[in-house]
Design a protein around this ligand. Sequence first.
Ligand code: NI
Length: 234
Amino acid sequence: MVKKIVLIFIAAVLIALWLGGGEAVPVDSGAEIPAGEKYVALTFDDGPRRGTTDRLLDGLKERNARATFFLIGRQIEEHADLVVRMLEEGHQIGNHTWNHQKLEGKEDLECEVRLTENALEKLLGGGSYWLRPPYGYMGEGTEASFGVPLVKWSVDPRDWESRDAEKVTQAILGAVKPNSIILLHDIYPTSVDAALRVVDRLQEEGYWFVTVEELLWLNGVKPEAGKMYRTGGG
Ligand code: NI
């Protein structure tokens, strides 16, 4: 119970600071977390999609689990209710480009990344919408041009390939460690099923499901613009 309160407190501080214009959270904010806890971040790309994302949000809410969603810009307006709900339910919202475009250079940055940022700002207000580059790819030397932290992953169950909930579940459970960042796609019903099974199993083992931003702070890592993060340890 105490751990839950501490987490809620940290989430509240992060949200308050984020709404307040993004001042840095004190570096020692992670120090109040009990040592030896296990934290993990589920991340979902390529949504939102009606029928899968909403079912996922229901399941995460029931389980008191938070996640991070990297959204496709052109799908935001049509699914505005789902995006607002993500924010209200404590999830982190990030940018996965306007049209799932491979980021080769500065022009892609302007069209693909900024357009999506604008759509998020219009709907949710100003904020720091972290970027997951499609295919995890960034053109050489472009990282530094992004004004937000960049997020890759450390566990990839290739959910888009098998589309098999049990295979995806087992692939995650076989690879997950504390501080893992897990890559999934909330556009497949099988991935939603797998994600909720994974939450059930890992919560029994004492894991907490937090956003990528929370995961970094819990590790005492201060997120930096233009830097790529693959695990909670940086
Ligand atoms: Ni993608």
